[in-house]
Design a protein around this ligand. Structure first.
Ligand code: XIL
Length: 316
């Protein structure tokens, strides 16, 4: 087998997957590679299941983009990761600036999560129910959810999601928790407290937005430490960016770094799979977000495999 998902499955993982986004789906060469389920056994919508896309006005749901991705996964025989229910970003201003009291915001979260998760009931392997709850220093992000409800917004969202689709694995997802850090400690403490309170939680997503040559130490041990708390883990948004222009040396280091991340997941039984945050530099979010950086994906702008592809193969 040469497809990354086929290799991952042959090594006991559940999937190797990619994020995608609706505008790219008019690119037939792109879709052909994306839809090969020996290459990608799972897809994640990069934007179209977020709150601004799915409930742009209170009680008015819009499913065009999200349905397109869900139908693509179904047609391709791929698992779907739902992304996401509750996040401070890409949040419509009717939520962030609504000045709701705690009972009202609770009901808004419940309606949003249960409607979103319920629409794809039976179709989603795992949901990022809560995305990026912590600051890098390990404190809670003081967004509208935390400011109004405290940490309880996490329980509210998880409970609503569980009721809406009891079969979906419910995740909390964040970045800079891939190695030991203040944020990692906070996330582990949150897992412990949710488990102790019997709040439904099945997994922790480690996004994995990395820089070439700057991987955190101890990813494998860290993944294992999360699983020891009674959750599965997944690398949910892997990409490894560099300062442009890319050079042969940077591409070689990038390949090693991809291999290191994949082998960490491979070594930990409770690490179910790896998702890259789109497979090609042609559609990566990196250049628009990190000035002067890019070339973060395993396929280049022309949909040609880079050295990173072989790094992934070697990692499994
Ligand atoms: C990114 C998308 O890829 C971009 O298209 C969008 O402009 C911003 O969001 N962490 C996450 C993802 O959880 O939702 C983000 O996706 C990347 C960082």
């Amino acid at each position: 087998a040469t497809g990354l998902n086929a290799i991952a499955k042959s090594k006991g993982k559940l999937y190797f997957g990619s994020a995608t986004d609706n505008p790219e789906l008019t690119d037939t060469a792109y879709v052909k590679i994306l839809s090969d389920n020996t290459m990608f056994g799972q897809i994640t919508p990069g934007n179209s299941m977020k709150w601004d896309a799915t409930e742009p006005a209170r009680g008015q749901f819009s499913w065009t983009g999200a349905d397109q991705i869900a139908n693509l996964a179904k047609g391709n025989g791929q698992l779907l990761r739902g992304h996401n229910c509750v996040w401070y970003s890409q949040l419509p201003s009717w939520v962030s600036s609504g000045n709701f009291d705690s009972a009202t915001l609770t009901s808004i979260i419940q309606t949003h999560c249960s409607t979103l998760v319920g629409r794809y009931k039976g179709e989603v392997y795992s949901w990022d129910v809560v995305n990026e709850p912590f600051n890098d220093d390990g404190t809670w992000r003081t967004d509208v959810f935390y400011n109004t409800l405290g940490t309880n917004y996490v329980n509210i969202a998880l409970q609503a999601a569980r009721t809406a689709d009891p079969a979906a694995k419910l995740y909390i997802n964040d970045y800079n928790i891939e190695g030991p850090s203040a944020k990692t400690t906070s996330m582990m403490n949150l897992v412990k407290s949710l488990k102790a309170a019997n709040v439904p939680l099945d997994g922790i997503g480690l996004q994995g937005h990395f820089i070439v040559g700057e991987l955190p130490q101890g990813i494998e041990d860290n993944l294992r430490a999360f699983t020891a708390l009674g959750v599965e883990v997944a690398i949910t948004e892997l990409d490894i960016r560099m300062t442009l222009p890319s050079t042969a040396a940077l591409l070689a280091q990038q390949s090693k770094d991809y291999q290191t991340v994949i082998s960490a997941c491979q070594a930990v039984e409770g690490c179910v799979g790896v998702t890259i945050w789109d497979y090609t530099d042609k559609y990566s979010w990196v250049p628009q977000t990190f000035s002067g950086q890019g070339a973060a994906c395993p396929w280049d702008q022309n949909l040609v495999e880079k050295p990173a592809f072989q790094g992934i193969v070697n990692g499994f």
